[in-house]
Design a protein around this ligand. Structure first.
Ligand code: AVI
Length: 314
């Protein structure tokens, strides 16, 4: 899968691309953790502040007992805060869903004291389907998709994804969705191009990973990290710019390709939202946006989408 995705993305005639899910090997995961505490990257702190605020209110929107399924296994205080709050009204079952078994093991250890944990090593939607089948009779399901991970999907894919999540759920089940909001460029760009160079290292690690795992010969110093705002699509795009004309060989994927000087490899899109458009996206997916919490310090929204009776079915 990795080899064929790399080959397909880099052999395209137009803009060369690499899928952003491959950022997260052990090194990439550690670099992302470092990004989340950078002064320029306010997103994770805003997410955390909002969770602290909304967690005590969640029980008002969900009937107990509750099962929680998290898309991407949460760790630490964010998810724990939600589980602890829900546990005050009765026992909570927690299904962390992630492809990484290491992340799931860490998460299960961290959450064991607050919930009955059933890790699911699967893709988001397959995992959610499993969680839905395993939940107890009468248990409402709360799905967590935090941290604005939905922003890394193309907009149409994000809308389709919400529809697919809804199709797994029963009316009254809910999705708590974190989305990063549009803010001045003077704040958005440094968040993806920090002066300490952590995001640049995160971006370049994708090439380093291809070198390590696919026996390639990317010369990392010949690529510059670049973050751009795409106004039309309302997203930050991360690219790696080739500093010279070069030829790269990826033996593990069985191919070679050339880059012109200043040609880029597009590695990630981080879409930004208006708070109001989350309501429209919810309605189009047969959810109702029942509550929304906004952070003033770093514009970010946490939206509680509740499945409506009409519309999509399982
Ligand atoms: C995981 N995701 C929400 C991050 C984002 O902000 O889109 C990934 C990231 N890429 C560069 N910095 C952070």
């Amino acid at each position: 899968m990795f080899a064929s995705d790399v080959r397909n993305g880099l052999s395209q005639a137009g803009q060369k691309q690499l899928p952003c899910q491959y950022f997260y090997d052990d090194t990439g995961t550690a670099l992302f953790e470092a990004i989340t505490v950078l002064p320029e990257y306010g997103l994770t702190r805003a997410d955390m502040r909002l969770i602290q605020r909304l967690a005590p209110e969640l029980t008002g929107y969900l009937r107990a007992p509750v099962a929680v399924a998290e898309l991407g296994s949460g760790s630490g205080s964010k998810t724990r805060r939600i589980l602890e709050s829900l546990a005050r009204s009765g026992p909570v079952t927690y299904y962390p869903i992630d492809l990484s078994t290491a992340a799931l093991t860490r998460c299960a250890q961290e959450m064991a004291a607050v919930a009955e944990v059933h890790p699911i090593a699967e893709s988001y939607l397959n995992g959610l389907r499993q969680a839905v089948c395993s939940r107890g009779p009468g248990q409402a399901l709360l799905v967590l998709f935090l941290g604005s991970t939905i922003g890394n999907f193309e907009r149409t894919a994000a809308q389709d994804f919400l529809r697919e999540v809804r199709a797994c759920l029963m009316p009254g089940d809910a999705l708590l969705l974190g989305t990063d909001l549009i803010k001045p460029l003077s704040r958005m760009l440094p968040a993806y191009d920090d002066p300490a160079g952590v995001t640049a290292a995160f971006n370049r690690n994708l090439l380093a990973r291809i070198n390590r795992e696919l026996n390639a010969d990317f010369a990392l110093r010949s690529f510059a990290h670049e973050a751009r705002w795409n106004h039309r699509h309302r997203r930050i795009e991360m690219h790696l710019r080739s500093l010279k004309a070069q030829r790269v060989s990826i033996r593990g994927a069985g191919f070679e390709f050339e880059l012109r000087k200043d040609e880029t490899i597009w590695t990630e899109s981080c879409h930004k939202f208006h708070a109001g458009e989350i309501h429209q996206m919810a309605t189009a997916a047969a959810f109702e946006c029942r509550a929304q919490w906004l952070d003033d310090t770093w514009p970010f929204a946490e939206s509680l989408l509740v499945g409506q009776a009409s519309g999509l079915s399982r």
